[in-house]
Design a protein around this ligand. Sequence first.
Ligand SMILES: Cc1cc2nc3c(=O)[nH]c(=O)nc-3n(C[C@H](O)[C@H](O)[C@H](O)COP(=O)(O)OP(=O)(O)OC[C@H]3O[C@@H](n4cnc5c(N)ncnc54)[C@H](O)[C@@H]3O)c2cc1C
Length: 429
Amino acid sequence: MKPRRAKRVDVLIVGGGPAGVGAAVSAARNGAGVLLVERQFCLGGMATLSLVAGLYTQWSGERRILGGIVQELMDAMIAGGNGREICVPMSAAPSVRSSRTEIDPEAYKVLLERTCVAAGVELLYGALFSDVVMDRGRVAGAVVDTKSEVLEIRAEVVVDCTGDGDVAAAAGARFDKGERESGKLQPISMLFLCGNVDVERALAFWANGSRPLLQEACARGEIPMPSMAIHNPGWKRDVIVSMTRAACDGTDAGALTRGHIEAREQAHRAFRFLKASFPGFEDASLVATSAQVGVRETRRIVGLYTLTREDILETRQFPDTIALGAYPIDIHRAEQNDVFFEQVARGDAYGVPYRCLVPEGVDGILVAGRCASATREALGAIRVQLMCMAMGEAAGAAAAICAAAGLSPRDLDFALLRNALSAQGAILE
Ligand SMILES: Cc1cc2nc3c(=O)[nH]c(=O)nc-3n(C[C@H](O)[C@H](O)[C@H](O)COP(=O)(O)OP(=O)(O)OC[C@H]3O[C@@H](n4cnc5c(N)ncnc54)[C@H](O)[C@@H]3O)c2cc1C
């Protein structure tokens, strides 16, 4: 049997994606002793593990809507020459304009680690959440399995940043998954890194004139979808390409295995198509497929409030708003093989209330990121990475305040959280 050890911290963060990093840094800066456990061996989640290197969105038109840790990290990426801010029509829906920060995933890994370490966050990699610790019906920690030992970690507050809501679901929190009636999920995708690309020609053709080529190739079955996205943080010869899609339940180990195999086959096939037919890729090489497929949706934990499509489209504000968003509703529809968008007016922004981070019926735990409480449509808007980081920032600050005061997250006086978030530069209205 593996050795088993107990450990105690103020705040435990499970998952080191954008939500987890935001939560860990924020909790530590608010005075908590923080442990972040991550099953992989780097931070960043989708941006690093899955090469999703375009991060939405700090802006609504000319208006900055995310500040705090998001702004600090994105400014640092850009100042270091490892990122750039672009405002683009989105490939699948050219009428939709949105701003995203394109980042170099390798530089991002290092920046996130340095930021966590400087804030005093303890990191533990290769640590897979395996069970929840309950104490009198309340979440009191988590068990993680590592290479060397099984660790039972007790915490005043746990923040579930797994994207899938693994911890909250294990604790018995109610959740929805995919489309309510059918259970259908958005497809997964595997992005890939190409080297030796004539970047200028590739980007110019992608923006102007690639649609017929992609549609015809898709109709012939050469590529799985009739559109593609290209990420480039300013590289001269490399690009990251997104043009695969497969059906998969990201909470099912067998389905995930099959999904990786299928998506990797698609990525290799798509690369062969690009090399043969897409201007700028004539001499390209396929450098790497992403370490992990990108999972768009799984569980949405039901919280004290569930954000809706109307909240997004009517850009509603809340008394307990913790972050602002402007990214449109964006749902990849497997059956139509397209992406469905519903846009927010330029310059407007919707609020995300703190209550979306507080699971209904289970105490001692907050959720942040892709597993927050929202309808499927609303999640299609707030699942983007910088919004997930902002939700994490709020959950981390809330967890630190609750841990220090011995409070339940649901009993937190929002004025305390508002003050903490404002002090760290978050934009709340
Ligand atoms: C193909 C694709 C394209 C996308 N395009 C964009 C885009 O262009 N721009 C944008 O901003 N957003 C995009 N998104 C959305 C965005 O990337 C995600 O919604 C966002 O990363 C979610 O953040 P998160 O922190 O909640 O989860 P994740 O980024 O998934 O991070 C979760 C972390 O938790 C870890 N973890 C999970 N389970 C466990 C466990 N049981 N134990 C321990 N660790 C665990 C994971 O390894 C990971 O590091 C895209 C998503 C996909 C899938």
